[in-house]
Design a protein around this ligand. Structure first.
Ligand code: ATP
Ligand code: MG
Length: 201
């Protein structure tokens, strides 16, 4: 086939593709507060959520973050974002012991954390709420999944929620609008490299 012919075929194909994309963009015309779930064993769940925090702040939105993490570790994201005027930042996992070392205490910690979270989920001024590592509190049964999903579903209609953590329960995935599972292909940690500031924390 001549070059001219190839180019003409390419142009026609691209025109068809553009018509198709334009039609699907036109069809996606609803607006609503989204529930996103970032799960899987690969690296990039929390950092993706914090990327959305940066995006939302760029639009002048208010953002709430609740971190249900084990123990306390100083992270770059907390150091940076908690200083921003439009950010409310809660580290709620400081008391977790996990793996039944003190299950009653973990349940109490998670429930107290959820009470704080609910205030953000009830506040229509907050445009984005990140529930970082929430899945573990569901997996271990510290919080009741049905109750948590009801509370998330009852949030203001335009509020977005991002949940991160491995092993997202099926019911959470069913409720979500957007779900990504990040696959672990390789991680530097397994080559003996310790967590690097700015990359891992
Ligand atoms: P990140 O915060 O970097 O986006 P994440 O939220 O996807 O990671 P978590 O399970 O919350 O992953 O783990 C947080 C920490 O563990 C980070 O320091 C991250 O680099 C590291 N990590 C994530 N996935 C893996 C993995 N597959 N193997 C080893 N370490 C990992
Ligand atoms: Mg994480």
């Amino acid at each position: 086939m001549s070059d001219g012919n190839l180019n003409a075929r390419h142009t026609a194909r691209m025109a068809r593709k553009k018509a198709h994309i334009d039609a699907s963009i036109e069809k996606a015309n609803q607006e609503k507060g989204l529930l996103l779930v970032l799960t899987g064993n690969g690296k990039g769940k929390s950092s993706s959520a914090f990327g959305m925090v940066a995006r939302a702040l760029g639009y002048g939105m208010k953002v709430g973050v609740a971190q249900f993490i084990k123990g306390r570790s100083d992270t770059g994201e907390e150091a940076f974002f908690s200083k921003q005027a439009n950010v409310e930042w809660h580290v709620l996992g400081e008391g977790f012991t996990w793996d039944t070392q003190d299950r009653e205490r973990d349940i109490a910690t998670a429930q107290a954390g959820w009470e704080i979270t609910k205030k953000m989920l009830n506040n229509p001024d907050i445009g984005l709420v990140v529930l970082d590592e929430l899945t573990y509190t569901l997996k271990y049964g510290y919080l009741d999944t049905d109750q948590i999903l009801d509370d998330i579903a009852a949030r203001p209609p335009m509020q977005h929620v991002v949940v991160t953590g491995r092993g997202a329960p099926d019911a959470l995935i069913a409720l979500a609008d957007t779900v990504s599972e990040i696959m672990d292909i390789k991680h530097a940690y397994r080559a003996g490299i310790k967590a690097q500031p700015g990359i891992d924390l």
